[in-house]
Write a protein that binds this ligand. Structure first.
Ligand SMILES: Cc1ncc(COP(=O)(O)O)c(C=O)c1O
Length: 490
């Protein structure tokens, strides 16, 4: 059995976790209406809901927090962060924000007019919602290989340059205030983007005079994929690769809750002075004074240290190795996953694992409930519960291409034996897959319903064509009325 590189840290402070007994887990999930968002964190043994803000900080980060300068304006913490951001990302200006979506909100408020189009490989939901909120249209041009779960492509987050060019020519540059790309492509399975593709995207935007922004949440993981997979980069450090990536762009939005290895924080950075001044004014009414941007001074210091730690090679080898290790264990158990795994999560193909559960009965949600019941593990459904939406023309339900369960790995939190446990529990769950029921909605809000939905299991002897399913499908379609694209738990 393969191992991943040993954790490049040892444990100095422990946070106890407890596995409730089966009876207590059954009571908890029933009380939560079969929605894992409604569980209390202390009812969970291993929490793989998200890698966002769930990171374990280092001793250096905690020590830096003690030096946090809480001055309202011009704090020392701000200047320490500014130095790090300038060194890694290189942009002329930056503004701290309380998290990534605040940076996206400011960028969209500055640049997007109603009717504008913003291309990307795949917009993450928060960026998508911020563009929509200004009346704009987010559009995605990820390469076709990204839609094939079994094909191995080293950079499945790449953009299709021809499609991008065609779109720009057809739409006209006046309606494209900026273009984006997300590294790594979270909404597309955490897949990386190659330097070659970043260069081509940058050249394309430049040729048409369109400013280029990177959603850089997982920049360090992306840089390490480039080092491992792209010819010519094996001898370069993740820092050098990062600098090369960002030299291609006009600015970035960043959620430091990912590769800043903090629990809260983000920023926006850019080269254009006029845009910076506009963004600073937006920041003042949304986040606070430009040298703290919605954060405490100590948060800025933790971020400054975390951004550097995220680029350490030993850490990145362990980080990517850990995901690859979990994916390998699941492959051994013949559990279908999206290939190849990205850096921050492994996606299980619940639709394939539970073929007796139709999309209307949420196979990803079924698997998430079973995983909790089997071993107290929390993962998140990425399927019809979160992403089915009505076709505006026909008002028929459009289901997402895949019914997935995402196992996201918080940074530096779980050890290899935790991952072995996760694989073992998934294996046990998969072994009794035919006994796993589908679910019906008993309550759902119109927007972002997966957060608050209430569900109940459908008795297993209910054949999909029998009347109770018809009933639940009707209810399901009613619940989708007016329902818009929804969001992941980050
Ligand atoms: C690619 C991407 N962009 C933006 C965001 C938003 O960041 P935040 O949750 O800090 O607002 C996320 C969060 O998961 C993300 O994964």
């Amino acid at each position: 059995m393969a191992h991943h590189p040993p954790e490049p840290f040892r444990i100095k402070m422990v946070e106890p976790i407890k596995l409730l007994n089966r009876h207590a887990r059954e009571a908890a999930i029933h009380r939560a209406n079969y929605n894992l968002f409604s569980l209390r964190a202390d009812e969970i043994f291993i929490d793989l809901f998200t890698d966002s803000g769930t990171n374990a900080m280092s001793q250096a980060q905690w020590a830096a927090m003690l030096e946090g300068d809480e001055a309202y304006a011009g704090a020392r913490s701000y200047f320490r962060l500014a130095e790090v951001i300038h060194d890694i990302f290189g942009f002329s200006y930056f503004l701290p924000t309380h998290q990534g979506r605040a940076a996206e909100n400011i960028l969209s408020a500055c640049l997007v007019k109603p009717g504008d189009y913003i291309p990307s490989n795949t917009h993450f939901d928060t960026g998508y919602a911020n563009i929509r909120d200004q009346g704009g249209h987010p559009v995605n041009f990820v390469i076709d290989e990204a839609h094939n779960p079994t094909s191995y492509h080293p950079f499945k987050g790449n953009m299709d340059i021809q499609k991008l060019r065609d779109f720009i020519q057809k739409t006209g540059v006046d309606q494209i205030p900026f273009g984006m790309i997300t590294i790594t492509n979270n909404a597309g399975g955490g897949q990386p983007v190659s330097m070659e593709n970043l260069r081509a995207v940058s050249q394309t935007y430049k040729e048409f005079g369109i400013p280029f922004f990177i959603d850089a949440c997982r920049f360090a993981e992306n840089a390490y994929f480039i080092k491992l997979r792209e010819p010519g980069y094996a001898g370069k450090s993740p820092l050098e690769i990062s600098r090369e990536m960002f030299a291609l762009a006009d600015g970035i939005t960043m959620s430091a809750k990912k590769d800043g290895i903090v629990n809260i924080g983000g920023f926006i950075a850019m080269n254009n002075e006029a845009l910076f001044e506009q963004a600073r004014n937006k920041l003042l009414i949304r986040e606070g004074f430009p040298t703290y941007g919605g954060l405490a001074g100590r948060d800025l210091d933790a971020m400054a240290v975390g951004l550097r730690e995220a680029l350490e090679e030993e850490y990145l080898a362990y980080r990517l190795g850990q995901t690859a290790y979990l994916a390998g264990r699941l492959r051994e158990l013949e559990i279908p996953i999206i290939e190849p795994p990205g850096a921050h999560a492994v996606y299980v193909d619940a639709g394939q694992l539970l073929p007796h559960i139709p999309p209307e009965q949420f196979p990803g949600q079924s698997l998430s409930v079973e995983l909790y019941l089997e071993g107290g593990i929390r993962a998140v459904e990425i399927g019809s519960l979160g992403f089915a939406h009505p076709n505006p023309q026909t008002s028929q339900t459009v289901h997402p291409k895949f019914e997935l369960l995402r196992l996201a790995l918080p940074r530096r939190v779980y050890t290899q034996s935790h991952l072995d446990y996760v694989a073992e529990i998934l294996g046990k769950t998969a072994a009794r897959s035919e006994q796993i029921p589908g679910y019906r909605l008993v309550h759902a809000s119109k927007l972002m319903r997966q957060f608050t939905a209430q569900l109940e299991p459908i008795a297993l002897n209910t054949h999909p064509l029998q009347s109770s399913l018809k009933l639940s499908t009707t209810k399901f379609n009613q619940n989708l009325e007016g329902y818009e694209k929804s969001t992941l738990p980050n």
